[in-house]
Ligand binder design. Structure first.
Ligand SMILES: *Cc1c(COP(=O)(O)O)cnc(C)c1O
Length: 283
């Protein structure tokens, strides 16, 4: 008899929620919303467009943003690339970046590629608890620092960065704050205004959505400072061209709406499971 699979790697990816799968399936075939969301001259297009915009509002609601501040991407990796390279392309001066040595490869490798393009970077180190402290960020700031990029929840050690304390320091220095929230979305409350975030990377597949879809939150005031990395039809207010993947987008929107509903209950349930596990381990 086949043994039941016990899957413990939800930090790497999650299965899609059945309600996500159902919503996505409605966007693919002849009977569904298969139209091109950019086709504004017929019903197939406008139907798909309205689903895309409803999903945009669902993602925005989960992070306290305006819908027009959400740019669809293929995932958090692309969102991180768009934020950092998009900043670098438009930065005539202020070509120094700050990040941390605890970041995901999608940040570290992007920063490395920007260093080859003449940007300079500082890598903040964590304290003894694994935290990136406001004081450490403050100490790394320079006159020419233009962007600080830090993750909200660490994908390996689970630490939660005190973004609310770091944001005012970054802004006082005249820099933008980018946050990689791939591990945080739907698991801890995020309010981009309360936290003072200018750019925020998100991914659907860590929160019961499909792989291959994500978003970058771009604060209205920061939009002009980010250069597109994907050129074409001028989709997504010129920030990311490419025909919108209605089924993926609807999947991410549904996942975000479900996350908003169950975040409190999930947090409690997981805290209880963690307590039980530790209790058993220490016995
Ligand atoms: C998973 C992850 C990413 C990459 O996200 P994709 O959507 O898979 O590209 C980036 N940053 C962090 C912190 C992650 O956990």
């Amino acid at each position: 008899m086949a043994e039941k699979l016990h899957y413990f790697d939800y930090a790497a990816t999650t299965p899609a929620d059945p309600r996500v799968i159902a919503a996505m399936s409605e966007c693919l075939g002849m009977e569904g919303a298969f139209g091109n969301p950019a086709s504004s001259s017929h019903a197939a297009g406008t139907q798909a467009r309205s689903l895309v915009e409803a999903a945009r509002a669902q993602v925005a609601a989960l992070i306290g943003a305006h819908a027009d501040e959400i740019v669809w991407t293929s995932g958090a990796t692309e969102s991180n690339n768009l934020a950092l390279k998009g900043y670098a392309d438009n930065a005539a001066d202020r070509r120094h970046l700050i990040t941390s040595c605890l970041e995901h490869k999608a940040i570290l490798d992007t920063v490395a590629s920007l260093e080859k393009r003449g940007m300079t970077a500082s890598f903040v180190r964590p304290d003894a608890h694994g935290d990136i402290t406001p004081a450490a960020v403050q100490a790394a700031l320079r006159d020419d620092t233009g962007l600080v990029s830090l993750m909200l929840v660490n994908n390996e050690i689970g630490t939660l960065t005190d973004i609310a304390a770091i944001a005012p320091i970054v802004h006082a220095a005249g820099a933008l704050l980018h946050v990689d929230a791939a591990q945080a979305l739907g698991k801890t409350p995020i309010d981009v205004n309360a936290l003072g975030i200018d750019l925020l990377s998100m991914s659907a597949h860590k929160v019961y959505g499909p792989k291959g879809i994500g978003a970058l939150y771009v604060r209205r005031e920061a939009a002009a400072r980010i250069a597109a990395q994907m050129h074409g039809g001028g989709h997504e207010r010129g920030l990311r061209s490419g025909t919108l993947a209605t089924h993926q987008i609807v999947g991410m929107g549904t996942a975000c709406a479900l996350a908003a509903e169950r975040m409190d209950a999930d947090t409690q349930r997981i805290a209880q499971l963690a307590a039980r596990l530790l209790d058993g381990a220490l016995r």
